[in-house]
Design a protein around this ligand. Structure first.
Ligand code: NDP
Length: 244
């Protein structure tokens, strides 16, 4: 059965791989973007690679924007069965230098977004008796990271949300899980100076960066019927960099 999957921030480094993998596994894929115009080149590039995606503008930090996007998606594409809360930002600086704006924008984009986007879709999943909510957190939400009190707090908050919602909807066929990637070879990480990147890799037991496709494979598995007994979990995918 072709299910509809919605991936927030699907035009980013990891998001693109998630969209492609969910499409490869038979889903109709909808993605969101926040900056208008960005979607044109991305959709054209995906089409060249054989992928046809639906794209909707939405600010995940804004509840009304998410409500409006969700209503359009349901009316124009159909009910969403799989939701991947992937959009996220960083605004790194030490706590001493961190402004209230730096704090608020990261908490709103990385944590409030999970409420804003899940809210319009989860009831429908429960009513239909099937659903998957997959939240993309981070290794730094598990272990904390220098210069990331805002990001670490937001990403850690996802774990509490996941475990609480998982309990509320488990009997309705809806699973809720979190994946926590370590360092992934996205543009952001590849732009880091070679020597710094090598020192990061030296701290990863498998001795390499992760690939966006590896995150996407895990998410596609969690989205599938095979993962119906996994809920309320956090799955670390970090090459052994942080074990708990
Ligand atoms: P990118 O910066 O490549 O992509 C982030 C996406 O989020 C973009 O498509 C962006 O869309 C979207 N986004 C940001 N703000 C908003 C907003 N207000 N409303 C809607 N969309 C928004 O990041 P990655 O692909 O690297 O990361 C994806 C996720 O994985 C993030 O949650 C990140 O925290 C997490 N992660 C990444 C790691 C890594 O090594 N890369 C490691 C651990 C976790 P637009 O440009 O249109 O705003």
């Amino acid at each position: 059965m072709a299910r509809i999957a919605l991936v927030t921030g699907g035009m980013g480094g990891i998001g693109t791989a998630i969209c492609q993998k969910l499409a490869d596994s038979g889903h109709t894929v909808v993605t969101t973007y926040s900056r208008p115009g960005k979607e044109v080149a991305w959709l054209a590039d995906q089409k060249e690679q054989g992928y046809l995606f639906h794209a909707y503008q939405c600010d995940v930090a804004d509840f009304e924007s998410c409500q409006a996007m969700a209503a359009k998606v349901v009316a124009e594409v159909g009910p969403v069965d799989v939701l991947v809360n992937n959009a996220g930002i960083t605004k790194d600086t030490t706590f001493r230098k961190m402004s209230k704006v730096d704090w608020d924008v990261v908490l709103r984009t990385d944590l409030d977004s999970v409420f804003n986007i899940s809210k319009p879709f989860v009831d429908g999943m429960a009513d239909r008796g099937f659903g998957r909510v997959i939240n993309v957190s981070s290794i730094n939400g598990q272990k904390g990271q220098f210069g990331q009190t805002n990001y670490s707090a937001a990403k850690a908050g996802m774990h509490g949300f996941t475990k609480a919602l998982a309990q509320e909807v488990a009997r309705k066929g809806v699973t809720v899980n979190t994946v926590s990637p370590g360092y992934i070879a996205t543009e952001m990480v590849m732009a880091v100076k070679e020597e710094i990147r090598q020192s990061i890799i030296a701290g990863i037991p498998v001795n390499r960066l992760g690939k966006p496709e590896e995150i996407a494979d895990l998410i596609a598995f969690l989205a599938s019927d095979h993962a119906g007994f996994i809920t309320g979990s956090n799955i670390a995918i970090n090459g052994g960099q942080h074990m708990f």
